[in-house]
Design a protein around this ligand. Structure first.
Ligand code: GRE
Ligand code: ZN
Length: 325
């Protein structure tokens, strides 16, 4: 399919590049770091060769979320957003961007979100899970009451929020002790981000802000497969959960899911059976995955051409109100 739009397409700036290094063997790092830093030739060639019109860019992980000094987080987020905006300005038909946000300071995050959306033209925001704040050992999830004004402002601005994976807190390390191959994208990213999303849903966030638009990668980080059971158990034993509605209802109304890093037709079909094809969006997870792998799979997978067009392009045009393509 030509004209695909991808929305988990990462880049790095010099200050955040090293964050991605620990997840990969040294052998692959030179190519990976080159691809992360490139916002021009390499990326455009990959896109041209594989039928991608546009990448909606986002910073690597955890990047801003692990810069525990709020002032520094603000500074680096601005720098990343400015560098990304320059790349978008050079190639507005090929690139758009998600803003990185310094969640260490919710007021500054609101200000940077406004600047990024209104002045820089960002089409959404992307946050890498919980943030470390004030010290490396203080972790704050996005259901913390201090973020309620941020969510209110996000709802007013009406741009999508992408909750992108980061590694679980170190206190969970024992779970995979002796099994380092399960760290990161292989397994722990996904459960971390699924739990974070369940916290948000159960906290009543989407009752308070029913118009929030929330995106998950990796076909929903296992939630489409598991949410029926979670809801079933919560219905039987609510234990004081603040959420007013069934969790699948928030997923149906507030969530969009992308194909990043999940190039598997059976998993896509399960997601379509739970959600329909209007809320699933194409994404690659470049450069941690190959654009070619994502596109070869997606272009040939056994869905209708109508669904392919929606997932590959039209749902993103509608969600991000993209113009000037
Ligand atoms: C990702 O963004 O999904 C990612 C990383 C680091 C390693 C692998 C990976 O941020 O897929
Ligand atoms: Zn990613």
């Amino acid at each position: 399919m030509l004209g695909k739009i991808g929305l988990e397409e990462h880049f790095a700036i010099a200050e955040t590049l090293g964050d991605s290094e620990k997840f990969h063997p040294p052998g692959v790092w030179p190519a990976l770091s080159r691809n992360l830093l490139d916002l021009m030739e390499i990326r455009l060639r990959e896109m041209d060769e594989n039928g991608m019109d546009m990448m909606i860019l986002s910073l690597n992980s955890p990047a801003i979320q692990m810069i525990y000094e709020p002032q520094k987080a603000v500074e680096i987020a601005k720098k990343a957003n400015d560098e990304m905006a320059e790349a978008v300005a050079r190639n507005p038909k090929r690139f758009r961007g998600f803003a990185a946000l310094p969640m260490q300071d919710p007021d500054a995050a609101i200000m940077e979100m406004h600047r990024a959306v209104k002045d820089l033209g960002c089409v959404g925001v992307l946050v890498n899970g919980y943030s470390q704040i004030g010290s490396p050992e203080k972790y704050v999830y996005l259901d913390d009451p201090m973020y309620r004004p941020f969510w209110a402002e996000l709802e007013k601005l009406d741009v999508p929020f992408y909750n992108h994976p980061r590694e679980p807190m170190p206190c969970n390390d024992k779970q995979i002790e002796g099994h380092p191959w399960l760290a990161g994208a292989a397994w722990t990213f996904g459960v971390e981000t699924a739990v974070h999303t369940l916290r948000l849903m159960c906290s009543g966030l989407f009752d308070e802000f029913p118009k929030l638009k929330y995106i998950l990668g990796h076909l929903g980080e296992t939630l489409p497969f598991c949410i029926w059971r979670t809801q079933n158990r919560i219905e039987k034993e609510a234990r004081g959960v603040p959420a007013k509605r069934p969790l699948p209802e928030y997923m149906a109304k507030n969530m969009w899911l992308t194909t990043s890093g999940q190039f598997r037709t059976a998993a896509l079909l399960n997601t379509m059976m739970e959600f329909g094809s209007d809320r699933i969006l194409f994404a690659t997870d470049f450069p941690f995955e190959e654009v070619k792998d994502a596109c070869d799979w997606f272009d040939a997978c056994s869905v209708s051409d109508n669904d392919r067009l929606k997932i590959g392009r039209e749902n993103s045009v509608n969600l991000f109100k993209l113009t000037g393509l």
